[in-house]
Design a protein around this ligand. Structure first.
Ligand code: BGP
Length: 489
């Protein structure tokens, strides 16, 4: 068999990724405002089904939380990164990270998004964190919004459906660019921008119950439109403040294969895949695709657009496309009787040729190469993989260490396929950040026990543990891989 070298361009950005609401903890410290994520367990204790109804004011919620409601919720503790960030970044540097993807919590920068003045303590925290990255020559890649809208957007607005939220967001983005721009060359506007269609609360602060006067789908399309405008305005603002900075969009790179070669299954797959790209199309091309406008019209919905909206979208086109990639599954026109597989927020028909993680996500390194080629052929802008990883239940062995060959294999096989996409398919890929480079609270399970990290954090789902950090075997593997600039041959 032909020997392959798995090469990457000089300066390729190797690193890891996290999000504020999954690691920081300190949810009430130093003037941080309350967020949707801080309150989500309310639905689990039956006080309200947050996703459907919401009759509280922010003050009610604050009082209930202060009285100890859901006090054991893992997201509020995170991994205490707010207090351990220096140690965490030192460990990232030890692995040789060139880049660290993190997010800023809007609620730390503005306690209430309507405040005129930003919260100085929040600014100071992120400045210190960014300086710490720079100390080790780690390039920060900063996401402005990663699934954590301020609660006020639900209680006092109708989430992103309210056009005023755009101004609030841009005020926040401006503070970030002005205060942190000297440390940051790479920005992302919204994490998994397409996610609002699948979970309207966490991405759009949209609660169905608040839209009894209209079709909820109509509200989601309108909220998406406002988020597109906010993203475009943020891109333009960032370029005007720091012309050298690059700012991109971020999508969930779902990938479906036709379950059979029946034309019906192919058509179902094509339609599904078209849906996946439609909002990134706006961010890259600066305009709505006809098929999305048709879909909105066919559903009897209407998009309210102001005369300036088209030029805002045109002037705010992104510099790169970034994405998360974990798994693939299949599409069939008729799913009755077929096995289904769960995935990253969406289910698909189970692919009999793939292995599954403990959570049923179907691992597919070749699907990453297919995704890179699809994205590059479509957009012709640099690509950045900003989330890829394997969630697993790690066990501490008798020797006191964590041996995680499954994670190493997942990493190696995905990296090989990235190299093939660059060297054989001509894809322009600028970086790779492993999701959850340090153990963090999982988004879908909201627990610690689904672990992604190269670094183990000693805390369980109930907050028991020392929070001590400990490198796993994969830590040393990734360190070697980065030192060899990805040559895993
Ligand atoms: C992505 C999110 C991340 C992250 C990841 C893994 O969709 O952007 O925030 O959590 O999925 O998902 P999970 O934590 O559910 O395993």
């Amino acid at each position: 068999m032909e020997e392959k070298n798995y090469k990457f361009p000089d300066g390729f950005l190797w690193g890891g990724a996290t999000a504020a609401n999954q690691i920081e903890g300190a949810w009430k410290e130093d003037g941080k405002g309350i967020t949707v994520e801080d309150c989500l367990p309310y639905r689990e204790v039956g006080i309200a089904d947050f996703t459907k109804q919401f009759h509280f004011t922010t003050k009610d919620m604050e009082e209930a939380l202060a009285a100890g409601a859901d006090s054991n919720y893992p997201k509020r503790r995170g991994i205490q990164h707010y207090h351990y960030y220096k140690e965490d970044i030192r460990l990232f540097a030890e692995m040789g990270f060139k880049v660290y993807r993190m997010s800023i919590a809007w609620s730390r920068i503005f306690t209430d998004p309507r405040d005129e003045k930003p919260n100085e303590a929040g600014i100071a925290f992120y400045k210190d964190l960014l300086k710490e990255c720079r100390k080790y020559n780690i390039e920060p890649l900063v996401t402005l919004s990663h699934y954590d809208p301020p609660l006020v957007l639900i209680t006092d607005y109708r989430g992103w459906y309210s056009r005023e939220v755009i101004d609030l967001f841009i005020k926040y983005a401006k503070v970030c660019f002005e205060q942190f721009g000297e440390y940051v060359n790479y920005w992302i506007t919204f994490n998994e921008v397409d996610a609002m269609l699948r979970h309207p609360v966490t991405s759009g602060a949209l609660v169905e119950d608040r839209f009894q006067d209209m079709n909820f789908e109509q509200a989601i399309y309108q909220a998406m439109h406002h988020q597109m405008l906010a993203s475009a305005l943020a891109v333009k603002l960032c370029h005007s403040i720091y012309p050298k900075a690059q700012i991109g969009c971020m999508m969930t790179k779902l990938c479906f294969y036709p379950f059979t070669c029946k034309p019906e299954d192919n058509l179902a797959t094509q339609q599904r895949m078209r849906g996946i790209y439609r909002y990134v199309d706006i961010q890259v091309f600066g305009e709505y695709s006809l098929h999305l406008l048709k879909e909105i019209e066919n559903k009897g919905c209407e998009l309210v657009m102001l005369p300036e909206d088209n030029s805002i979208l045109k002037e705010g086109r992104v510099d790169f496309v970034s994405f998360s990639y974990y798994m693939t599954s299949c599409m069939a026109a008729e799913t009755e009787g077929l096995d289904m597989a769960p995935g990253n927020t969406v289910n698909g028909v189970k692919n009999p040729y793939l292995e599954s993680s403990e959570w049923g996500w179907q691992t597919d390194p070749i699907g990453l190469r297919i995704s890179l080629v699809d994205l590059y052929d479509r957009y012709r802008v640099p690509l950045f993989i900003v989330e890829n990883g394997l969630g697993a239940k790690d066990v501490i062995s008798e020797d006191g260490k964590i041996h995680d060959p499954y994670r190493i294999e997942y990493l190696r096989e995905h990296v090989k396929n990235m190299s093939l996409a660059i060297n054989e398919d001509g894809v322009e890929l600028i970086g790779y950040t492993w999701w959850g480079c340090i153990d963090l609270v999982s988004e879908s399970t909201r627990q610690m026990s689904k672990r992604y990290g190269f670094i183990y954090v000693d805390v369980d789902d109930y907050g028991k543990g020392t929070y001590k950090r400990m490198p796993k075997d994969s830590f040393y593997y990734y360190k070697k891989l980065i030192a060899a600039n990805g040559d895993v041959s």
